[in-house]
Write a protein that binds this ligand. Sequence first.
Ligand SMILES: O=C(O)CCC(=O)C(=O)O
Ligand SMILES: [Fe+2]
Length: 346
Amino acid sequence: MTTDVLPPGFTGEAFPEVFTKPPEQPKVKKAGQLTKAQIDEYFDKGFLLVENFFDSAELEPSRAAINDLVSDVASKLYKAGKISSLYEDFGFEKRLIELEKAWPGAVMLLLKQGKLPQAFRDLWSHERLLNVVEQLVGPEVSAHAVWTLRPKAPGHAETLVPWHQDSGYFDSDTYSTHIVTAWIPFVNATKENGCLEFTPGGHKKGLTAVHKLTENFYITLDEKELVTRLGLDMSKNVIVEAPLGSIVLFSNIIPHRSIPNMTDSIRWSIDFRWQDSGKPWGYFGLKKGMPLRSEADPDMKPDWDEYDKADRFHLEKQCEEDEPKDEFDVNIDSGPWKAKWQIPES
Ligand SMILES: O=C(O)CCC(=O)C(=O)O
Ligand SMILES: [Fe+2]
């Protein structure tokens, strides 16, 4: 029998209460707040779909911002002589697919641009969304360092995210911090185009399991970790289809993955995270979070320009051994979290 040598990312410490007990609820009723049943469901299952949270007009500025980001990628590639058409006749769900066909790497170029247009800032600090977040993390709310706009393209390996707990991607000192994600689709996210899949109750042990490295920048939980260490029954997993206007809320400790996109359109989504402002930021010292709302300081205004000065993809790149060749270098096969999951050499 061989003894398992565990990587430094595994601490074995469990914090079940952090992820299963709601904080004290706000005394005042606010727009958009979850019902008691919804809060209970979130803390019981580890995730919650809230349908009809946004109306389409509220998402339109972000969809327009995404179109602009795609245009920027197209112009950049065109000016550099890497593509011979801007594919302007293709819309929101198709244009990036054409760009990727013409120049493989276009999707990653977009994913890694990392800048927060005003529409995304407004969505991240949306009044009703923060009203929900404070029900889950308490009244002192900060934006986390990590957010991602995800253009999940058909058959595109780098945007197919394998089983993981988000805490696997953060410092181990956050294993006892409840970080909430709102995953917001900009199209109807379905089982055909690659919505998310969850393991109900996978957060209950409050334990970050052992992640393994993959060939690209993702880390992953294998079936043994999910079944043996976290005690999950994989036949109980739930695929969560999320229509446009809905949000999917989940924590940093619930195992989840995204399933393949089998359609011929992009599945666009964004994921924003929040946590209690007093807890560790947990992003390898690379980037701090940013306070968005405070009971003690009701007039608090987020300093987005300061926050956006340091974009995470560029910071992560600085941790890599290989310098990026140029601005078109989309080869990201590492990230600061990978060292955490490397088995130490004996
Ligand atoms: O959108 C996806 O495909 C994966 C999302 C995810 O893992 C996250 O938001 O934490
Ligand atoms: Fe995730």
